[in-house]
Design a protein around this ligand. Sequence first.
Ligand code: DC
Length: 233
Amino acid sequence: MQREVFRIAIDGPAGAGKSTIARLLAKKLGFVYIDTGAMYRAIALFCLRKGIPVADEEAVSQTVADAHITISYQDGQQQVWLNGEDVSGLIRTEKVGNTASAVSAYPAVRAHLLDLQRSLAASASVIMDGRDIGTCVLPEAETKVFLTASSAVRAMRRYKELKEKGEMCNLQEIEQDIIERDQRDMNRAAAPLRQAEDAVLVDGSEMDIDQVVSAIIQVAVSHGLKVESGVWR
Ligand code: DC
């Protein structure tokens, strides 16, 4: 029987370029891009707004039940909705990112988002990025990539991004933040960040975006992805 969908899982540490690469891949292949980090960020925003101390697992776990997260697409861009409010722009701050890293360690938070993530990938070919896509969310994904880069390279990219937005920032602090975030994401008990056994490691430290995109397409082609009448499947 012919395979109906092709799923590409991209995991890796903060700032490795997952979302940029996944977005480009989705456009090139005509797949849907699913950014799971945005869902954890929406939960983080909800907790911050409610004044829930993120170190209080019980309080966060109880609160999460009231956070209804949905996803929609506009011109191929993912929009994240929190209880009916489009929070796509509001979740893109360092504070929300660091809070997301903290609350995502709690099993209740992860369980709250798992069905949504799996259901989005059930009926369409997708590129999904996050920390546990290849290991937990889509263990049967046709292609799994672990995308990484050195912390110095990741910090420099982030620094440039923030500078362009006109935000005050300090390179050392950004690198320290990235290292701490990696430690938290890798050392938690629930679905920690790690390379799945069958994932292909791509180190983008010395590669440009197009090279990474091509490398991932090559991996996917070696796993059965093909183009037929201009349609990737
Ligand atoms: O990719 P990001 O920076 O938007 O993710 C924010 C945080 O969310 C990240 O530090 C860890 C958490 N996260 C996770 O635990 N599992 C995922 N699949 C995606 C993100």
